[in-house]
Write a protein that binds this ligand. Structure first.
Ligand code: YXS
Length: 259
């Protein structure tokens, strides 16, 4: 059995994260299998994809694989990072992707879920934006994913506190489409998927692409981008960045010094 399990039935593709030992961390190998499954669904003209974890998980995904983060002197979230590929592929997939969430969603997994088109969550689902917990300088397109998911004040609270937001509050804030009891989560999600799959796939696909282009149409001057990249380099070259990763690996609370 691989790090993801996928199947396709009645135009609906399902991808189940399947690496509980590592809390479904989005490492290169898992992301590769996930992208291969999406590729297969596209070839088979799937009309909806559902991204989920095993039923009953406490952790949907623990986010980027911390063990694969560079230890300084290199952008940890550069263009070719597996997480960046994953978010782009989700956004470019020609059919709606529904994230079906139980348990905790952390860091890069939170961005991955927010990049999906719809989110159906169980009451125990939580969503945490964690760069500040590790000393990571999140990247510009990632911050835009968050900004497209929530209003600025909520994004700032989630990013600055790195605290999980629960499902009920997430629904109130419009972060998720529906909160459904665990016992009904699967039926509800597949019923939503069937409703979409019965509509015109070409029309849906072009509306998804239009919304992707419009949501990404944020003017940022070359000078603005270069300024951000310079600021991010200071962060990933900092002792705090190294301390964040070291503390995670040593299973202890980090001690950040602001340098
Ligand atoms: O010690 P073993 O070998 O059993 O492995 C442990 C953890 O090390 C491993 N694991 C991870 N490995 C790599 N990357 C991860 N993100 C990760 N998370 C967990 O899985 C095994 C079981 O973990 P354990 O014992 O902590 O499980 P738990 O059930 O007690 O706690 C579950 C969590 C999710 C609360 C806990 O694992 C946790 O806090 N994980 C880190 C969550 C997090 O900060 N994720 C952000 C990763 S960095 C990222 O996504 C972006 C770069 S950013 O930070 O910028 O958003």
């Amino acid at each position: 059995m691989g790090l993801v399990v996928s199947h396709l039935k009645d135009h609906i593709g399902t991808i189940t994260l399947n690496n509980p030992a590592k809390r479904n961390a989005l490492g290169e190998a898992l992301v590769k299998e996930l992208l291969a499954a999406l590729d297969h669904f596209e070839t088979r003209k799937a009309r909806v994809a559902i991204l989920r974890a095993e039923s009953g998980v406490k952790v949907w995904s623990a986010g980027h694989d911390v063990g694969e983060l560079p230890v300084g002197r290199r952008d940890p979230l550069g263009w070719d990072d597996p997480l960046r590929y994953l978010v782009r592929e989700i956004e470019n997939f020609p059919a709606p992707i529904i994230a079906m969430i139980e348990g905790g969603v952390w860091g890069g997994a939170c961005e991955t879920v927010f990049a999906c088109d719809l989110i159906v969550a169980s009451p125990d689902a939580t969503f945490a934006v964690t760069p500040a917990r590790l000393g990571v300088p999140y990247n510009v397109s990632g911050m835009l994913t968050f900004l497209n998911a929530a209003n600025l004040r909520i994004v700032k609270e989630m990013a600055f506190t790195a605290q999980p937001v629960g499902a009920e509050r997430a629904e109130r804030l419009g972060l998720v489409n529906h909160v459904v009891p665990n016992s009904e989560l699967e039926d509800f999600t597949y019923s939503l998927a069937h409703t979409i799959a019965e509509n015109a796939p070409l029309s849906i696909s072009v509306m998804k692409e239009q919304l992707r282009i419009l949501a990404g149409a944020h003017p940022m001057s070359p000078q603005g981008f270069e300024r951000v990249q310079g600021l991010r380099r200071v962060v990933y070259d900092s002792d705090d960045y190294q301390e964040g990763i070291r503390a995670f690996k040593e299973k202890r609370k980090p001690r950040f010094k602001g340098e």
